[in-house]
Write a protein that binds this ligand. Sequence first.
Ligand code: NAD
Length: 315
Amino acid sequence: MPTSLVTGGAGFLGSHLCDELLRRGHRVICVDNLETGTLANIEHIRDQGFIHLNLDIIEPYYVEEPIDFVYHLASPASPIDYLRLPLHTLKVGSYGTHHTLGLAKKHRARFLLASTSEVYGDPQEHPQRETYWGHVNPIGPRGVYDEAKRYAEALTMAYHRQQGVDTAIVRIFNTFGPKMRPHDGRAIPTFLRQALQNRPITVFGDGSQTRSFCYVEDEVRGLIALAESGYHYPVNVGNPDEYTLLELAEAVIEVTGASSEIVFEALPIDDPQVRQPDISLAREILGWEPTIDLREGLRRTIEQSGRDNLSGGGT
Ligand code: NAD
């Protein structure tokens, strides 16, 4: 029975990954200090093969028992969180990634870094392929997240090339599903919360900027397929169906049956104009592609979360 360690395992994506690894018969060690995650995401797990260690990975840490896979997901991920925690975000991407790579090295485990489409910045190439080096503002407010992830990618390749660690890098594009926090500031939970309260839906800018949304079940399947492959270079894992933010707002209104109007707010600094993964590489080397489209994913999110939980009880 393989053992997987998941940093950030009590977060949105990490907790779905823990569930799926357990379902596939792994033992799972979840390392999470609950900075942006919550015990509520993992408290349903009754499996004997699951443990949660409340550790801050910015400090050196060690785990005695043998580990086969390390999934390194710990990092604030929503703009609301990383703008509130700029130094923490830089430290978790740097020290936290060093410590976690060191752990993978000691255990001779396969290491997977959860990187992000944000390494492409406000892209000048569309759709984004893994060979594109990106267009990032290092000194803007979002730089703390984007550059932490770019540094973590460089570090991962250095541990691979110099230290012989078996590493992989996944560039995750916007992912959604149950367990997203209604107030975490990302578009889908915000729009769902507003629609389920029949309040106005707040779209940034004129809503013409695009995003591509992957349902969490598809994303998790892609992460595991990459971890179980022998590939070392970055791979995009996301849904290539591209929507403008205005189209997303309309889809949310349609699926929820809300009577909300759409209102427009100022665009955040350095908000990327377009976002769409080219997933040819994932198709070719992993045989992976998403199967759940936006509207179906929204329906599943509402069904599994419950309307009351998604509406968040506030504005
Ligand atoms: P999340 O905030 O829900 O989860 C992150 C988890 O990391 C939280 O549980 C948090 O408590 C934990 N954590 C943070 N700092 C820590 C520390 N110092 N020590 C231990 N644990 C710590 O975010 P998420 O959406 O689940 O994202 C998970 C990963 O996937 C992140 O690395 C993120 O950059 C990446 N990613 C996510 C998306 C997305 O759309 N959700 C897109 C691109 C990349």
